[in-house]
Write a protein that binds this ligand. Structure first.
Ligand code: ZN
Length: 377
């Protein structure tokens, strides 16, 4: 059997599955995997379509996690190619989801379909979600809840997000930094800028607070992580009067943190800095927080070694083990089983004219086939 992952990628790109729309993508995989002998269960929640497809009843169970939802196209005029057309030009396929990550899903599905045709030992699971680019609450999290209820277990899981910065094989991910956003509102007292003694300037206090936070050296890089990064991503007062000290000012912080921290610990650190600035200035602060995920790492071991060997065998490149980049659904899976991310070059993710090298899709299928083979030899 030789299932074509390129044709399957094209078919998936032609499904307009912008979150939360299913767009036909989950249905397409459902039909294909069912025909190949997988037991398929839709694990939909709150209008999000998710698919759990399992072949085999024995251990060990290798899982694959991916998503078929995509981010919006943005202004279509910025695209030279139809975002849902899957045109191939000069060896690249164009379309929304071409690299993030319909190609990854297609490569694994094609590898898995061919693999199970040989009635191998063990089981293979595909957990495909339609809510990765959105809030993520009804995608992989919903599948994991359902697995808990039904007693489904994975021994290890691969996530097929793009992991390579510039060329195939150079990087796999064994963890991710945590991510949290903090919205800060400083409340002072409005007044005439010529009489600052009668006002309490929230902007000055907010600048002092932000300066303290960004200047603080939270940690150094650790064994598997870059240093924690605190970035001011917004600063907004909305004041148009040049002679008025406004009453309030707002800022937004995004923190990408390594395994030296938890979101709760960082919030304590911010609270302490807030208390200091309030004591000095009289300006008070309110904080709103959203934690997208805590940091995590699957320490290098048999799973990452097996995947490194498979990548090296198929690409000639031994991938580095990294925890860089944004969050992914691996943050949910890590509490279920060891999880490693291995996928394509991610350069054009979320951009206009998102694209993938057709050769890379074939290479990724070969890597996944190699992993399937080595996982349960
Ligand atoms: Zn993705």
């Amino acid at each position: 059997m030789n299932t074509d992952p390129v044709e399957l990628t094209a078919q998936l790109i032609r499904c307009p599955s912008v979150t939360p729309e299913e767009g036909g993508a989950i249905q397409l995989l459902h039909g294909l995997l069912q025909d190949a002998g997988f037991t398929c269960t839709r694990v939909d929640r709150n209008g999000i379509a998710n698919l759990y497809a399992r072949w085999g009843t024995e251990g060990p169970v290798l899982g694959f996690n991916g998503h078929t939802d995509v981010v919006p196209t943005g202004d279509p005029a910025t695209w030279q190619h139809d975002p849902f057309g899957a045109a191939i030009v000069d060896g690249c396929m164009y379309g929304r989801g071409a690299c993030d990550m319909k190609s990854g899903v297609a490569a694994f599905a094609a590898a898995a379909i061919d693999h199970v045709a040989g009635t191998p030992p063990g089981s293979v699971v595909l957990a495909i979600t339609g809510d990765e680019e959105g809030d993520g609450v009804d995608g992989t999290a919903a599948i994991l809840d359902w697995m808990q209820q039904t007693g489904e277990r994975l021994d290890a899981c691969i996530v097929g997000e793009p992991t390579c910065p510039t060329k195939m094989g150079e990087m796999i991910k064994i963890g991710r930094r945590g991510s949290m956003t903090v919205w800060i509102t400083a409340q002072g007292r409005q007044g005439h800028s010529a009489y600052p003694q009668n006002a309490r300037n929230p902007i000055h206090a907010l600048i002092a607070l932000l300066d303290t936070l960004i200047a603080f050296d939270l940690d150094d890089a650790s064994d598997h992580f870059e240093p924690t990064s605190v970035q001011v991503t917004g600063f907004d007062t909305g004041n148009t009067a040049n002679n008025v000290v406004p009453a309030t000012s707002k800022a937004m912080l995004n923190i990408r943190f390594n395994d030296a921290h938890t979101s709760a610990g960082l919030l304590d650190w911010i609270d302490a800095a807030v208390a200091d600035v309030t004591a000095q200035t009289g300006v008070t602060f309110t904080l709103e927080t959203k934690v997208s995920g805590e940091s995590f790492v699957t320490p290098p071991g048999p799973l990452s070694r097996m995947i490194q060997d498979a990548v090296a065998a198929e690409t000639g490149v031994t991938p580095v083990l990294s925890t860089s980049g944004g969050t992914s659904d691996a943050r949910f899976i890590r509490s279920h089983c060891p999880v490693v991310e291995v996928g394509l070059v991610g350069q054009s993710m979320h951009q206009a004219d998102e694209h993938v090298r057709v050769d890379d899709i074939q290479t990724l299928k070969a890597i996944y086939s190699h992993i399937l083979q080595d996982f349960a030899p």
